[in-house]
Write a protein that binds this ligand. Structure first.
Ligand code: NAD
Length: 288
């Protein structure tokens, strides 16, 4: 397929490489950055030109305003998109704004899927991402070969646009609260005089075991806070959770607390560290 790809960062660059390796023809536009090493792609000046050259346009951008600018801004995808083309936004952004973006692209005769992912840089490189999709079944079926080149656990969550983003927010709530729980437990145990590495080892064998205890618990103990997934991106996702919950009239008390702790951690200088660095914010709350 002729695929346009916009947003060649930590996640987008390896995803684009996997699409090229699967035999797709890529067109990209860049934002003050160079073409990632080893990526075979035609480079054009604007997202509109990317859209003109492509049957499917994929975006993998940081936040909601970035996606809005690239899709609907001056020189954006909407200016160049062909009737019958498909836009797939794989960024983690607002489900509410997603419904608006989809409606604007549908007015141009294009299809739209929201398809955020979980699995991090490792999953992006290994083409083993979990992909959570919102949009019509027929568009999902059409995109399946693309998803299969990028990930393994691929789910159409709902036929309304925004369902994929809602699912990703649910994922981020579980991960954030898990990180917070592991951080609290390890700070508590070490302040009580136990070796946190031994505590983690013991817990891994029981009911408190989790991928977060395994991976992020290890990072907390070894103080390996290079991202990974940045504190500032997780802060953004918890903000999206609270915005959506407010619109729905749903209370998320522990998500709200976690969001405050992530903010405190960012304010203490860790915004671009891995989200396991949340433990450093909890340590500052403990008696020295
Ligand atoms: P990143 O900041 O590394 O990459 C974003 C890329 O978009 C950058 O290369 C930037 O130059 C580019 N960009 C921004 N505006 C652009 C424009 N107008 N035109 C062209 N390119 C533009 O971020 P990332 O870690 O790759 O994350 C991307 C999305 O995926 C985010 O929504 C994030 O929450 C989500 N996500 C990240 C991870 C992770 O582990 N890093 C995991 C799952 C989901």
């Amino acid at each position: 397929m002729r695929i346009g790809f916009i947003g060649l960062g930590v996640m987008g660059a390896p995803m684009a490489r996997n699409l090229a390796a699967a035999g797709h023809e890529l067109t990209v536009s860049l934002n003050r950055s160079d073409l990632p090493e080893g990526l075979a792609a035609q480079v054009v000046a604007t997202p509109a030109e990317v859209a003109r050259a492509s049957e499917v346009v994929i975006t993998m951008l940081p936040d909601t305003p970035d996606v809005e600018r690239v899709l609907l801004g001056a020189g954006g995808v909407a200016e160049g998109i062909a009737q019958g083309a498909l836009v797939i936004d794989m960024s983690s952004i607002s489900p509410i704004a997603t419904a608006d973006f989809a409606a604007a692209l549908r007015e141009k005769g294009a299809g739209y899927l929201d398809a955020p992912v979980s699995g991090g840089e490792v999953g992006a490189k290994a083409a083993s991402l979990t992909i959570m999709v919102g949009g019509p079944q027929a568009e999902f079926d059409r995109a399946r070969p693309i998803f299969e080149a990028l990930g393994k656990n691929i789910t159409l969550v709902g036929e309304q646009n925004g369902a994929g983003q809602t699912c990703k927010i649910a994922n981020q709530i579980v991960v954030a609260l898990n990180i917070e729980a592991v951080a609290e437990a390890l700070v508590f145990a070490s302040k009580a005089g136990c070796d946190p590495a031994q505590v983690r080892q013991a817990l891994l064998g029981g009911f408190a075991s989790s991928r977060v205890l395994e991976v992020h618990g290890e990072r907390m103990i070894s103080r390996s806070f290079d991202p990974g997934f940045r504190i500032r991106l997780h802060q953004k996702d918890l903000g999206l959770a609270l915005d959506s919950a407010r619109a729905l009239g749903v209370a998320l008390p522990n998500t709200a607390t976690a969001q405050q702790l992530f903010s405190a951690c960012a304010a203490q200088g860790a915004a671009d560290k891995d989200h396991s660095a949340l433990v450093t914010a909890l340590e500052t709350l403990a008696h020295h």
